[in-house]
Design a protein around this ligand. Structure first.
Ligand SMILES: O=C(O)CCC(=O)C(=O)O
Ligand SMILES: [Fe+2]
Length: 223
């Protein structure tokens, strides 16, 4: 979709880059198709229960490794017990391309460190229905400091990007839309972040998705 106002790439913090419209509509549609397959049981989309007793409003499915509070396993240990679906090699290539694109978009590539040595091997596919949100948190259950790669499909959202010090201000609110890429690594790798709200009915009409999907790609550092 043509934008009335162009959205240039933006470095939100050293090591954190937003690349608007990184995936064209055809690439978004292919990724959405794959997400629909991954969402199916066994080891499909599920609601995550937190140790506090609450549930996350976002529904999620893992690839490669299954994340649950707070660690990774090879089976859906807190769900149907099925083996987690494999992480396809093409998703690693997509993640490596994404990190390259982010480095190129950054004024200074140094904060990203060297290109990740290990392949990307785990994904979280997060589905945001009406009213779903994600509180401020760190991605810190990995044993690798490779950059986090985040792709968005469907409805837009507010992505809140804070500091490594805590969940509080200062933070930057970034609007993520369908096809956008966000990468955070180096000094931003452990920054707190969250999604306080989505914008219903803002998905590209041609995509055929109601709600928002986020695909987060990580290097687990596990074996
Ligand atoms: O939905 C998003 O954009 C963020 C997802 C996220 O932070 C996570 O899965 O850890
Ligand atoms: Fe996260």
């Amino acid at each position: 979709m043509d934008e009335l106002f162009p959205r240039p790439p933006a470095e939100v913090a050293p090591g954190a880059v937003h690349v608007p419209g990184w995936l064209d509509l055809a690439a978004q549609a292919r990724l959405l198709d794959a997400c629909r397959t991954w969402a199916m049981p066994p080891a499909g989309l599920r609601t995550v229960r937190m140790p506090s007793g609450g549930s996350m409003s976002v529904r999620t499915v893992g690839l490669g490794w299954h994340w649950f509070p707070y660690g990774y396993s090879r089976t859906v240990a807190d769900g149907d017990g099925a083996p987690v679906k494999p992480f396809p090699a093409w998703l690693d290539r997509l993640a490596q391309d994404a990190v390259r694109a982010a480095r190129e978009a950054a004024a200074d590539a140094a904060p990203f460190g060297p290109a990740p040595a290990a392949p990307y091997d785990t994904a979280a596919i997060n589905f945001y229905g009406p009213g779903a949100r994600m509180g401020m948190h760190q991605d810190r259950d990995e044993r690798s400091d490779a950059p986090i790669v985040s792709l968005s499909l469907g409805d837009g959202c507010v992505f809140r990007f804070g500091t490594t010090r805590g969940r509080e201000r200062p933070w930057t609110d970034v609007e993520l839309r369908s096809g956008d890429l966000f990468v955070f690594g180096g000094p931003a790798r452990l920054a707190y972040h969250g999604v306080p709200r989505t914008h219903p009915d803002t998905a590209p009409p041609g995509l055929g998705l109601t709600g928002r999907l986020n695909i987060t790609l990580r290097v687990s550092g596990l074996d």
